[in-house]
Design a protein. Sequence first.
Length: 397
Amino acid sequence: MKQDFLRYQAQTTPNPLGLEVSHAKGSYIFDSQGRAHLDFVAGVSACGLGHSHPKIVRAVQEQAEKYMHVMVYGEYIQKPAVTFTKLLASLLPDTLETTYLVNSGTEAMEGALKLARRYTGRTEIIAAHKAYHGNTMGSLSIMGYEERKSAFRPLLTDIRFLRFNSIEDIKKITENTAAVVLETIQGGAGFIMPEPGYLEKVRERCTQTGSLLILDEIQPGFGRTGKLFAFEHYNCTPDILVMGKAMASGLPVGGFAASGPMMQSLQQQPKLGHITTFGGNAVIAAACLATLREITQSTLMADTLVKEKLFRDGLQHPLIKEIRGKGLLLALIMESEEVANYLVLECAKKGLILFWLLFEPRAVRISPPLTLSENEIREGCAIILEVLTNYRQQFVN
Ligand SMILES: Cc1ncc(COP(=O)(O)O)c(C=O)c1O
């Protein structure tokens, strides 16, 4: 199977982790030899309710039996998408009442960028250094990491960058700016939190200049930081909210929300301002609806903060220099890149799944299912400490 994987499936790195998956349930992925792997990554924040949550499986099965795909996005009235977007609207500020459902996070960002240019009639987009918003050409254009995008130029024009958390740089936003795009919590950069007052100041400047604020909540969204969306921790509401990942508990999806009048600009001049075949797909929307109901009707969101504390208390070690992030979106900042690599690879051997972050080589990601139990947290933390102690014994005098 491994040889076929390497030969027939396009690869993204020369050395993929290569775990051969048999099945997955709750907080565990089981390999083809029947070994259980405790999952502290959750498909890179996508499996917020763990693997194959029974309520999501049931919603998917029931919908698949009724109908799956019937028409391109936007033409037919399909109950799962209507019910989901209505419930989402009831949980968001009025100015984010309408959601456009698409197939991935990066497509949601493409839609948000198009909407911002179309609505404002301006072209300039400002993004942040070390930002990650996806991998299609538009999202790549606003990636704040030249090394990963220069091979694909020419990209979108009229893109500028500011430093995340720099008050000084906010003045780069002017009357020429269509939109400022920020991750509410910078992910690839190492789960960098916005400093107190920063997002509020960006919001103020955007309002002054008539620029739209787009917040990318693809990582922290759907309860991971203790609120449905991380912007709710701040006094800052975006004009366009971009979401994805945990939204459908492991099925491919994305969405961008804005006010009704703003979204209407995609209907005319030109009409069909964004087209997608599978966006709003009934089976996926049913999974979104079941996910949102479970997150909002359980104590899972509030529990993330209790679980964060368990991680922070349980992961005290001299090789862990800092723990960044909020709720169950955490990054261990290790002493060096070497320690980070050792930790991820050695934990994998011991049945604990960890992963890296894109632009911070010293970081190790912890973004487990929100359903992770306290015992599973203790079990995983014990493995991390054991591996770090082994490292010290082997490599540190
Ligand atoms: C902050 C952020 N934005 C956008 C994306 C792109 O989402 P997708 O991979 O679903 O296209 C990601 C994916 O990791 C992300 O972390």
